[in-house]
Design a protein around this ligand. Structure first.
Ligand code: 16G
Ligand code: MG
Length: 542
């Protein structure tokens, strides 16, 4: 390591005094103007991680669904997964080191993590469409270069595309070709193959309206559209030509406001979906003939997908295990439906993709989705091998099911939730099953639910257990929540400190919207009183 060169370059990417940032569930995320030094330093860290793992590492510049003025950065590990937890700590140390301590912190990390400094390093970089992203990704490149790393800058990519590139490169192309073209081809040929039978029937499931949140998803879908089979035509809205990124549109807006985005023309019973700003989340929705809005969130997506997979697994009859992973935010009706009607085992983990991902890896086939639309399906190596074998060998019906599963493996991004890949899987299932969006929605009825935010002096005074469903600290808060929940039917409530904002989140559900709103308000008040609320007291009525 040429530490003198690092010091010299670092001055050009100076850290603002007193700024402390944390590598959280979504990497670093804050106002773009505070991130230049973080980008440079993540370039440095990516080189060390690459040397240590002897693999290609990814760096993605994006702030996902945050406002356009924000930005952020995440590192991608060799198999396309999120950065390992121990390196999140290194990332936080490095980002917060004062200028004069930077060389020492680099040496410390190298020693602690036993990095072989003679090893070559290779880093791939992607970015979203924010105005600040190009300049910030240049700062990442400066960091990579000053430590002697090689790099390839993919420029504009969705977050899942960058994860895909990293995995392709580290699997010697076995997972796919590490180009945008390769990504399009892999997904679309699986889609065309899977839907062959459905689309030759000539049904009417063909048009899908997509709200692209004025983000990167629009550019990539526009490039990819002509690869889809003639059976599916997608119409893009909020494609970035006029509106602002994530402003009054996108998956996060639709899910949290439970209303359609601006800038999309919806006709009754038409199927629509929204991506978020970096295209790793998707939610569906429609208006019924009475003009009522219906949201189909990550829970219902997981249900549709797992019921289809379960049917195929019964067909091949090979005892492969299927599990569904959710978080505490999953609607109670979805969990009940999966467990009681579909008889599928359901597990709950802490919020954040990496937690769900790890749990899903325990099954032959692990379906994971957050209610907010972030998710995918993972197939174990053993399951993949078995399915491929059956697709070649066994008798007719079995073979048909195995072939479908084979295409589904290729269609799902196995590295992380991917709005484009999830969308294609959903469209394929709806077409194959001949399901309308209303029939899909009618699988079960969501319990009314409400999410609120409470400001407290220090959100770390709250700690939780049991996948965030129970509070351990401060004393008395869980008892208070238990008493409040008892007052209502079909009720449930929990609180947790947000990992991305300086607030505590409150979630409540119950038998009616009125009861849900009362419960949410009462729990917010308990948090305010027992966990050091600041500012205005929570108010009843929304
Ligand atoms: C991040 C997570 C997302 C989670 C959200 C929760 C990833 C890639 N993203 O955006 O999965 O739902 O944080 O935010 O893990 P919160 O902690 O503010 O509720
Ligand atoms: Mg996102």
């Amino acid at each position: 390591m040429d530490l003198d060169a690092v010091t010299k370059q670092s001055v050009l990417h100076a850290k603002p005094d007193g700024l402390i940032l944390q590598y959280g569930t979504a990497g670093f995320r804050t106002k773009a103007e505070h991130l230049d030094h973080v980008m440079f330093r993540m370039g440095l860290l990516a080189v060390l991680r690459s040397k240590q793992t002897k693999s290609t590492i990814g760096v993605m510049v994006t702030a996902s669904h945050n406002p356009e003025e924000d930005n952020g950065v995440k590192l991608v590990d060799p198999l396309g997964e999120m950065l390992a937890a121990s390196w999140e700590e290194h990332a936080t140390c490095l980002a917060n080191a004062e200028e004069q301590h930077l060389p020492r912190v680099l040496v410390d990390i190298s020693e602690k993590a036993a990095v072989d400094l003679h090893q070559d390093a290779f880093v791939v970089i992607g970015r979203d469409t924010r105005p600040s992203s190009e300049r910030l990704s240049q700062s990442v490149i400066d960091g990579v270069t000053v430590l002697g790393g090689q790099f390839y800058d993919y420029g504009l990519l969705t977050t899942p595309q960058l994860h895909y590139m990293v995995f392709c490169r580290n699997s010697n192309g076995q997972y796919g070709k590490a180009t945008v073209e390769g990504y399009y081809q892999k997904l679309s040929s699986a889609f065309v193959e899977l839907t062959k039978q459905a689309f030759c029937r000539g049904d009417d499931h063909r048009t899908l309206k997509v709200d692209c949140a004025n983000g990167i998803g629009a550019l990539k879908l526009a490039e990819m559209k002509h690869y889809f089979s003639p059976g599916l035509s997608v119409q893009l809205f909020n494609d970035g030509t006029k509106g602002k990124l994530n402003h009054l549109c996108g998956a996060d807006f639709v899910k949290s406001h439970q209303k359609p985005p601006q800038g999309i023309e919806m006709r009754a019973n038409e199927r629509c979906c929204s991506f978020d700003g970096d295209a790793d989340r998707i939610v569906y929705y429609y208006h019924d003939a009475d003009g009522q809005f219906h949201l189909i969130d990550g829970d219902k997506i997981a249900t549709l997908i797992s019921s289809f997979l379960k049917e195929l697994l019964l067909e091949i009859g090979d005892g492969l295990s299927l599990g569904v992973v959710q978080t505490a935010y999953a609607n109670g009706s979805s969990t009940r439906y999966l467990e009681e009607v579909m008889k599928v085992p359901v597990y709950c983990t802490k919020t954040g993709v990496k937690h769900l991902h790890h749990k899903a890896q325990e099954f032959d086939i692990g379906v994971y989705f957050e209610a907010n639309g972030h998710g995918t399906v993972l197939f174990s190596k053993a399951a993949e091998t078995k399915i491929k074998q059956l697709a070649k060998e066994s008798e007719d019906e079995k073979r048909k099911a195995a072939k479908m599963l084979e295409n589904i493996i290729d269609l799902f991004n196995q590295t992380i939730g991917d709005a484009i890949s999830d969308m294609l899987v959903i469209e394929a299932i709806l077409a194959l099953k001949g399901l309308t969006v209303q029939q899909w929605d009618a699988l079960y009825t969501d319990l009314p639910n409400r999410q609120l935010k409470v400001k407290v002096a220090d959100r770390q005074v709250i700690s939780t257990t049991d996948a965030e469903r129970q509070v351990v600290k401060p004393p008395g808060l869980q008892e208070a929540i238990n008493d409040l929940v008892k007052k209502y039917r079909l009720s449930r409530a929990f609180v947790r400190p947000s990992g991305t904002e300086d607030i505590v989140r409150v979630y409540a559900e119950a038998d009616s919207q009125e009861n849900t709103d009362s419960l949410a308000y009462e729990v917010s008040l308990a948090v305010f009183q027992l966990a050091g609320g600041i500012g205005e007291r929570p108010q009843r009525g929304f």
